[in-house]
Design a protein around this ligand. Structure first.
Ligand code: BTN
Length: 322
């Protein structure tokens, strides 16, 4: 009901009387008053004027379910959305919900993570309200070997959201980082649970640096934030909705597969292609020129002897980036 009230006020862009609200939502005036009070406590600025009604003046500065939903155009992604104050890891939290039968499309956001995880067992730091930690549950009807497109398609969606909403020129550092210039802005971690021939679910976790104005010395040469790149504070709720809109578009319209136009778009946005890269095979480090990303999301690297090596996981160092 709080979500419906906010939508009503947002769409009206003017005063809406308590009577009008109670008529269109089919609840009492008292229930409306109570819900408006709760919304104010969540950070919405709602003016109440006798004989005029309510006017929505401002959205909360912090992440808030009703605010995100106001801008959401999706069919299923984020329709069920939870915002947590603090959690160990949104990915771990969502995996538990998935095991308990949660439906595809549910999104968990946290204002702080105490044990955020990155790829390859690394840590992802999410201090209070500085960044966005978002996890999305999917249940694609795929075999375990077919989910490798989820991270690249999510990367594509992230670039589109950042470039549209923040007016930046972000690019993808294969396989799971979004960079601006030579620095990392976003990290993506997709985890899955599967049986031998069927994916039970995937959880895609996205960590975005938003408000940081400085980073610790050891990462300041390779990390950046939206604040550092634009000099502006963004409306995090609107940004999250735009991200979810693009995620649904890229994942669902492309049937969870990086082919056709999505593959071409990915190549254009991939900063790794055309650069010298170094990757490891067993104990050896191998270098070559990244030439393309194939339809399974793997990186094709041309070696000095002219052969192509296909890299599908692990760590890749890209010359000129980090
Ligand atoms: C990486 O860069 O290695 C991936 C970082 C992924 C971080 C996000 S934040 C939301 C979700 N919850 C986690 O614990 N990790 C992902």
């Amino acid at each position: 009901m709080q979500g419906k009230i906010i939508k009503l006020l947002y769409n009206a862009q003017d005063y809406v009387s308590g009577q009008q609200m109670s008529d269109s939502l089919g609840v009492s005036r008292q229930a409306i008053n109570k819900a408006v009070k709760s919304l104010k406590e969540k950070g919405f600025k709602i003016r109440s004027v006798t004989r005029k009604g309510y006017l929505l003046e401002k959205f909360p500065a912090v992440l808030c379910e009703e605010a995100v939903k106001c801008y959401l155009n999706t069919k299923f992604i984020g329709r069920n959305l939870k915002v947590l104050d603090t959690v160990d890891s949104t990915n771990d939290y969502l995996k538990k919900l998935a095991e308990d039968g949660a439906e595809a499309g549910i999104v968990v956001l946290a204002r702080e993570q105490t044990a955020g995880k990155g790829r390859l067992g690394r840590e992802w730091v999410s201090t209070k309200d500085n960044g966005i930690a978002l996890s999305l549950l999917l249940r694609p009807e795929l075999a375990p070997g077919e989910i490798s497109s989820i991270t690249p398609l999510s990367g594509l969606a992230m670039c589109r959201a950042i470039n549209d909403f923040c007016m930046l020129d972000s690019r993808i550092k294969w396989p799971n980082d979004i960079i601006v210039g030579k620095k990392k802005l976003v990290g993506i971690l997709t985890e899955m649970a599967a049986e031998a021939d069927r994916v039970k679910y995937t959880v895609t976790g996205i960590g975005i640096n938003v408000k940081q104005s400085v980073f610790p010395d050891d990462i300041s040469h390779k990390a950046t934030s939206i604040m550092l790149e634009t000099g502006r504070h963004i409306d995090q709720n609107k940004f999250v909705a735009i991200i979810l809109n693009y995620l649904e578009q890229e994942l669902v319209l492309n049937h969870y597969s990086l082919g056709g136009q999505a593959a071409a778009d990915y190549q254009k946005l991939c900063a790794t292609i055309g650069r010298q890269v170094t990757f490891s095979r067993g104990k050896r480090n191998i270098s070559g020129m990244a030439v393309s990303v194939n339809n399974s999301g793997e990186l094709d690297v041309m070696l000095s002897n002219g052969t192509i090596a296909t890299v599908n996981s692990g760590d890749v160092t890209v010359q000129g980036i980090y």
